[in-house]
Every structure is written in C-alpha cells, then in structure tokens.
Design a protein around this ligand. Structure first.
Ligand code: MIG
Length: 673
C-alpha cells in the first residue's frame, strides 16, 4: 500500500486538471526527508538510490547526475545536456528501501537538479511556488507508481489500428506520393495500418483545409485506403494563419479566441503558415471551438490526427525580428569588433525561435483573468488536445487516434505522444529504450519515438535495430524529415527481411494489445525497469537496457552498431525465444545469471518469464484483418503457465473488455477462443 499526501504552496494561478483522483490526504507539513527552505526543495540521496521519473527527458532511465527543467520546448536537437524536451512531467521516484515519490502540480517551469550540483542531493526550484507538491510513500516503488497513476487518471486508449505499423515522412506532397507508399508496402508484403499527412496536405499550411490540387478526391481516396485497412492521419498545427476570409481566423477574431499581447490585441507570431495567432486553448470555449473544426476532416472519413507545434513553437515574432534587424542596421555597414559585439548581433537572430521573451509577451484570458503565458506555459499543448479529445468523445462513438507533441501530466488521459524530432543516431535509439518506463510512470502508455530517427540519414542497420525495439512500443511509427534519406522500409535492400520483422509485430498483437489494456486498467507499467521488479537482486539495480514488457516477457534490444552479440543478465530462469520471423523461431531454456548472446540483424529475442506465456496470431497486412481469438501460446511452463488475456473490439469508446483465462501445459499450444 502506498499513501499520497498533498502539501499546498500558494494557490495555483489556474486549474491545471492534472489529477482526477481523491486518493490523497491534505497535510500542512512536508515530511522530514523533504526540506523546503529558501525557495528550494532539497532531498538527500544515498549513493545507491535510483531516481526514476521526469517522463520525457534526456539522459538515462536513472535521472541522477543531470539537471532538467520542465518547460515544454520545441527542441531541434535532443542532446544529453538539453534541459527540456516537449513534455512537462514533474514526477520523481526515489527508489530505495523506503521509497518516496514527488509530483509537482503546477503550470509553470520547475527545475530538477538530480545530483548534478551535489551528487547526493536533489534540488528542486520554481520561479513561483504555486500549486501543490504531492508526495507518495509506501514500501514498494511499484505500489507508489500505481497509486500515483490512480491519482492522475486512466490513460488514453487508441483504436486497435493505432497499434499497427505506421509510415510517415515530412515531404509526402500529394495523392500520388501516398499511393506510392501504400503500393510499395503492398508489393513488398509489409503490413501497414496508417500513413501520415504532414503539413503539405494543407492549403498553405492552414489548419482544417485541404490542398485540393494535391488531393482532388480526398474522400474517395480515404475510402479506398480504408478498404485495405489503411488510415490516413493528418497533422494539425497550433498556429492559425492570419488571412481574411479564412473561417478559422475570422471566427477566432470575432469571438476573441486568440491569445493576446500586452495591449489586448491578438498576439502575432510566425510559424509554417507565415503570420499566425495562437488559439487560447486555456479558455475552454476557445479549445472547444477549435476542437469542433476537426469535424471537417472527420466528415471526409478521417479518424486520426497528430497535434504538432503545440508548445507552442514559434519561428519568430515580428517584434523580435524588428529588434534584430534594427541592431544590424545600427552597425552602419561595419562589423568593427571594437564597436559591435558580433556574437550578440548574431544571437539576436539565433534566438528568434521559441524565445522566452515572446512567451512573456503573450497572454491568456481565463474566466476574465489575464494570465501571462510564461506562467502557464506547460498547459498549452495539453489543452489543445483536451479540446480536440472532448469534441471527439461528445460527437463520435468510435475511438479517435490522437497523438500530440507537447504534453504535461493529465494529458495522458486524452491522447498519446510521439517523442518529437530525434535523429537517426544510435544514441537516440538508446534514449528511446530508457525513456519508455519513465513515460509509463506519468501515464503516457501510448507513446513511441520516430523509429529510424527523424533528422539525419538512417542506415539499414539502424532502422532494423530500431524496429526490433519499437515493435514492442504501442506507437510504432517510422517518420523522417524532409531532406533526409528515405526511410520507408522498401527503400532498403532485401525488404523481405523487413516484412518478416513487421509481421512479427502483427503476430504479437494479441499479447501487446492485451498487455496495453491491462496496464491501462490496472495502472501498471507496460515497460518495467528490472530494478523495480526484482528489488532484492543487486545485479538489476543498474540495468537500463533490458526491460520487462507487460507481465510475461523481458527484452534486451541491440542499440549499438556493428554488433551481433549482447550481454544479457537474467534475474531468473527464462525461456529464450529467438524469432527470425513470426513462424520461424526456436526456443532455449536459459538459467538465471550472466549471458553473452548472439543477436544477428533481424533476429528478435524474447525472454519468457517462468510460468508465463506469449500469445501470437497469424499476421495479416492490417490490424483490421487479424483474428485475435485464434492463437498460439508459447509458454515457459513451470510446470504450467497461465495468462489472463484482455481483449475488446478495438473500436468503440465504450467497448467492454473481455477477459480469458488461458492455461498451457506445453511449450507450444494452439488456442481457439
Ligand atoms: O518545424 O510538420 O515534430 O514530426 O514532421 C517542424 C513538420 C514541424 C515537427 C514535428 C515533425 C514534423 C514537422 N514538424
């Protein structure tokens, strides 16, 4: 049992809507191990304590040794030293004998120095201490996480198609391009459930419009794809183009739905469409109104969206651009270093994007109160998604697919996330692996990275290894940036091998989907660090590159180039299943301890825990065609194996989850439910 306590600082400046549970006790004092002094919270660490949390953040699974800030940021380069990524996930879990977790419920920036300045000290600072600190105590870290998840509410459940393989690339311009992708996947017999439409499908980047030259028959096109079990997922950006006659712009102006500047005029920034206004998503009428515009796209047959640039990302504001240009003009055609600071001049331009000073110039009006954007920044993307999702739920019975780039805790109830603009770097595959448990802790179960990497050029080997990991993540999307090497799987030699890999994902769907439903309903992790499951095993404490996935299996992905072997520690006896394809595998009993195991390219190793099993089905080229009741169980019988199989229709909001008890007495059993 874990218990949550709530300690309030000054009143929150706005209702954050991060929590929904009432499983906490209000307290007037912080416990003795949390020192709150001089506007700083300090917690001492023992050398062996492991600190998890902070959801989407850089560095390892154990956050020790880094300094992080939660301030939703459009980060072009995810570096080890990047303080923030796109999400604000203010949760820390100190895993030790008497574990404790902290959650800061505040809309503003929080800085977490997790043993960076002083290796045995956590220091937490906020510019304005408002909101509350929840602290959770219990005997077991996993109980603490569960209690926290109950507090923040049930995670988002996408339709089943969201678990299929998805292909995306920034640069698909028209129907032809999309058709080509679909055809190539079909020709190469590689399963596919969705293709994304990036910004080019719109008419001059205007939200909720379609470039009708590029997509003359979008409705029919969508219907034809749906027959094959393929969904199109268009992007929606936060900024609304300033253009008279454009309905979204006109309605926003008429109803005062846009964020304001200090004088009460709509705030102006520049993003893809050119000059834009940002909807004031913190005003619930405005976010509902924006949400209702999705109807135009839904009526064409679309049923999935990705909300982008909702930190919000700003390329520049006219105000700051003018300052930069003026400074250049003042150099009077000379760059005499004695007179002008060249770096400062250049800096004016380099700092145009996502400048904090611009956020400080922007305002929201919530219940007649004018709030500075900077103080409530972390709620912006969340409320874009909330409006979208609430509109869907009020008007449709089907579950809509929805992912967002920016997020904060609470948003996990409304959508999933992709982890933003990573690169085709091995270190980003590693980051992806280590981030998953931390994302799960803060409720983001439906998540995944741009597989293969968004920026930079991917190699066949990297794409293969990345897919080998991503085939276990709920969001399974290959996405890349315009200007980089094409990364659709048919572009690499011997696509048959990729076909095998993707088919394995579809074969594993009964297990993966069932475990997702369980993690959602039971408030458990889909990806569990070994140290949390095997708390008495010293060897597990530092392992960050092996994960328990769901309840039955462990994985040990390869994340280094030119590697065909991997060191793997087994905390107990396990059954190794070496997949070369969904119906081409062998098994081997492995004993607890240290192993050095061969993992050739395109091989996927799954370790089944004692008494547990994996469920497979015959793969099809779309999730819509899978038979989720016709199964093969591969079990680590000990002496039998049991599994509780969760399944729903994968389609409707109110669909009921059926539970099947499956028992196996042999390593391989055919099961018809
Ligand atoms: O400024 O829409 O993270 O996935 O392809 C870049 C273009 C804007 C950022 C997203 C990325 C998307 C890209 N967008």
């Amino acid at each position: 049992m874990a218990i949550i306590y709530k300690y309030s600082f000054a009143k929150k400046i706005i209702e954050t809507n991060t929590i929904v549970g009432n499983n906490y006790n209000d307290v007037k004092e912080l416990p003795q191990e949390i020192i709150y002094e001089n506007n700083e919270i300090r917690i001492n660490l023992n050398p062996r304590d492991v600190v998890y949390g902070l959801g989407q953040s850089t560095r390892g699974m154990n956050k020790r040794g880094g300094i992080y800030s939660s301030f939703c940021s459009d980060v072009v380069m995810h570096l080890e030293e990047s303080p923030s990524l796109y999400g604000a996930h203010n949760f820390l879990l100190i895993h030790r004998d008497n574990p404790i977790a902290l959650f800061f419920d505040t809309p503003s920036k929080v800085t977490f120095d997790v043993g960076f300045t002083d290796s045995n000290l956590i220091r937490i600072t906020m510019e304005e201490w408002n909101g509350a600190c929840f602290f959770i105590k219990g005997e077991n870290s996993l109980d603490i996480i569960k209690e926290f998840r109950i507090l923040i509410g049930e995670s988002y459940l996408p339709p089943l198609y969201g678990f299929g393989y998805q292909q995306s690339r920034w640069g698909y311009k028209n129907e032809e391009d999309i058709k080509n992708v679909v055809d190539k996947y079909e020709e190469n017999d590689i399963p596919l459930d969705a293709v994304y439409l990036d910004i080019d499908y719109m008419e001059r980047f205007k939200d909720f419009t379609i470039n009708s030259e590029a997509f003359p028959n979008l409705k029919d096109f969508i219907a034809n794809l749906k027959q094959k079990g393929i969904h199109l997922i268009p992007i929606i950006d936060a900024g609304v183009k300033i253009e008279s006659g454009y309905d979204v712009y006109e309605e926003g102006i008429k109803n005062n739905y846009f964020c304001q500047d200090e004088n009460g005029n709509p705030f102006i920034a520049s993003v893809w469409p050119g000059l834009v206004h940002f909807p004031d998503f913190l005003n619930s009428n405005a976010s509902k109104w924006f949400g209702s515009h999705y109807k135009k796209l839904i009526s064409l047959g679309l049923d999935g969206f990705w909300n982008d640039m909702n930190e919000p990302a700003i390329f520049y504001t006219p105000k700051r651009l003018e300052i930069a240009i003026k400074a250049v003009k003042e150099t009077k055609d000379t760059l005499d270093l004695n007179v002008y600071d060249y770096w400062a001049l250049l800096g004016n331009f380099e700092k145009l994007a996502n400048n904090i000073l611009d956020y400080k110039d922007m305002y929201h009006v919530v219940e007649n109160k004018k709030l500075n954007h900077y103080d409530v920044h972390n709620l912006y993307g969340y409320n874009m998604v909330k409006g979208t999702s609430e509109y869907f739920k009020e008007n449709y019975k089907e579950r809509m697919f929805l992912i967002s780039r920016s997020s904060c805790i609470g948003m996990h109830r409304y959508s999933g996330i992709w982890t933003g603009d990573n690169r085709s770097w091995w270190s980003h595959l590693e980051l992806n692996i280590k981030m998953m448990p931390n994302l799960n802790m803060v409720g983001f179960l439906y998540s995944g990275a741009d597989t293969g990497g968004f920026g930079s050029d991917a190699t066949r080997e990297l794409v293969c290894r990345w897919l080998e990991f991503s085939l276990f993540t709920p969001l399974f999307r290959n996405h890349s940036s315009i200007g980089t090497r094409n990364q659709e799987l048919y572009n690499f030699s011997n696509p048959k091998e990729f076909s095998n890999l993707i088919k394995l994902r579809y074969a594993l769907m009964p297990y993966l989907y069932s475990e997702y439903l369980k993690a959602l309903k039971n408030n458990t992790l889909l990806f569990t660090p070994l140290a949390l499951k095997y708390q008495n095993d010293e060897c597990c404490l530092e392992i960050e590159d092996e994960l328990i996935v769901g309840d039955s299996i462990m994985i040990a992905p390869v994340y280094k180039p030119n590697t065909t072997k991997r060191y793997v520690y087994l905390p107990e006896d396990m059954l190794l299943v070496r997949f070369r394809g969904y119906n081409d595998y062998d098994t081997k009993k492995m004993s607890k301890g240290h192993h050095f195991i061969s993992v050739k390219l395109f091989e996927v190793l799954v370790f089944i825990l004692p008494g547990k099993m994996l469920l497979l089905t015959e793969p099809k080229n779309s999730t819509s065609k899978l038979n989720m009741l016709d199964l093969i169980a591969i079990a680590n019988v000990n002496p039998t194996a049991k599994y509780e199989y969760f399944l729903d229709d994968g389609k409707y909001i109110n669909s009921e989850i059926k539970k099947y008890e499956i028992v196996a007495n042999e390593e391989k059993t055919i099961i018809k439910l």
